[in-house]
Design a protein around this ligand. Structure first.
Ligand code: NAD
Ligand code: ZN
Ligand code: ZN
Length: 348
């Protein structure tokens, strides 16, 4: 089968011929319906060798959904053809973090995966016709959802869901939430805020097109990301700032802007991994504002995200690319010309 693999650091990935994996005991082979192209993949491709403890080559695609193709010995509860979302960070399953479903923070990750974070991040992911999943516990039934539509739920929705959930007590009807960066994650963050809270949602982006999408998916106000943006957010929040500022970019400029937009006792939540720095001391952020860096999400949260999508409360706006044109998906993501998420469909 064909697979889009990262073969060397700081190089474009290559479409290569690899064997179809065979599921061993307890494993499941998935026919890939969709594999989302995440901005994190661009970071992974760009960072120099040694930045991440992963071994190349591996197949990209950490945001996947598909159909059960074949089950290994001992796998019960799934039948061939079942549509499923794949939870991407694969832990040991039995440490304290894994016992709570937070396999993304598995205490044995280094031993279990040799430093890889999960599928598409050091281990073979979903940008191939088939992918091997080491345990059925990583599969969430999709019910009525189509895998190619649902793939971004496993990261582009799960990550902001996890990031927003910890701020829910702050997000009362008189509160505001700022979303900086209305890309793959951002357009879903807005919908998640809409579905879970009645806070006023303010979207910030450098692109008018992205701000248009933000308004379509539920933002109450849109603000162009420039030198005036923090003043505009102050105006929209009666001079108080926002209870939650979600930075889905993570540049020096967006972090500095986020610190100006946050409210005292608020949350400045940094999800973007662009590598910027927020100078930090007592006076750098408003008093008692917590700065956190959430990472991906938990298995129970993915179940909740899928339920939210099944109920029609969130929907990823996808642009589809066949596997042969996956390079174009990353090119468009890099250029910032996509509205929503690029999804690779290897079996269409
Ligand atoms: P994306 O490229 O789809 O979206 C980024 C958006 O930010 C675009 O709409 C772009 O126009 C906008 N933007 C760029 N510069 C801006 C600026 N100065 N001000 C305002 N907006 C700006 O990316 P994505 O796939 O949604 O990922 C977003 C970030 O989140 C990436 O850094 C990615 O690595 C990171 N990420 C983190 C986690 C995690 O677990 N923490 C998980 C997934 C992705
Ligand atoms: Zn990602
Ligand atoms: Zn574990």
């Amino acid at each position: 089968m064909k697979a889009l693999q990262l073969v060397a650091w700081q190089q474009e990935p290559e479409l290569r011929e690899v064997p179809v994996p065979e599921p061993g005991p307890g494993q499941v082979l998935i026919k890939v319906g969709g594999a989302g192209a995440c901005h994190s993949d661009l970071h992974v491709m760009e960072w120099p060798a040694g930045t991440l403890p992963y071994q190349v080559p591996f197949t990209l695609g950490h945001e996947n959904a598909g159909w059960v193709e074949k089950t290994g010995f001992g796998v019960e509860g799934f039948a061939v053809g079942d549509p499923v979302a794949v939870y991407g960070p694969w832990g040991c399953g039995y440490c304290y973090a894994c016992s709570q479903g937070i396999e993304v923070h598995c205490e044995n990750a280094a031993k279990v995966n040799g430093g890889a974070a999960g599928c598409g991040l050091g281990l073979d992911g979903g940008m191939a016709e088939y992918m091997l999943v080491p345990s059925p516990r990583f599969l969430v039934p999709l019910g009525s959802l189509a895998p190619e539509e649902a793939a971004p739920l496993t990261d582009a929705a799960l990550t902001p869901y996890h990031a927003i959930k910890r701020s829910l007590p702050l997000l009362t009807p008189r509160a505001s939430a700022v979303v900086i960066g209305v890309g793959g994650l951002g357009h879903l963050a807005i919908q998640i805020l809409r579905a879970l809270t009645s806070a006023r949602i303010i979207a910030v982006d450098i692109s008018e097109e992205k701000l248009k999408l933000a308004a379509e998916v539920g933002a109450d106000a849109t603000v162009l990301s420039d030198a005036e943006a923090a003043a505009k957010v102050a105006e929209l929040t009666r001079g108080q700032g926002a209870e939650l500022v979600l930075d889905l970019v993570g540049l020096d400029t967006t972090l500095a802007m986020a610190a100006k937009m946050a409210r005292k006792m608020g949350h400045l939540t940094v999800v973007g991994m662009a590598g910027g720095t927020l100078p930090y001391n007592f006076f750098a952020v408003p008093a008692e504002c917590a700065v956190v860096t959430p990472y991906w999400g938990s298995l129970p949260e993915l179940v909740e995200v899928v339920a939210l999508a099944e109920r029609g409360q969130i929907r990823s706006h996808n642009a589809y690319y066949p596997l042969e044109r996956a390079h174009e998906a990353y090119r468009d993501l890099r250029a910032g010309t996509l509205a929503g998420r690029a999804v690779i469909v290897p079996n269409r």
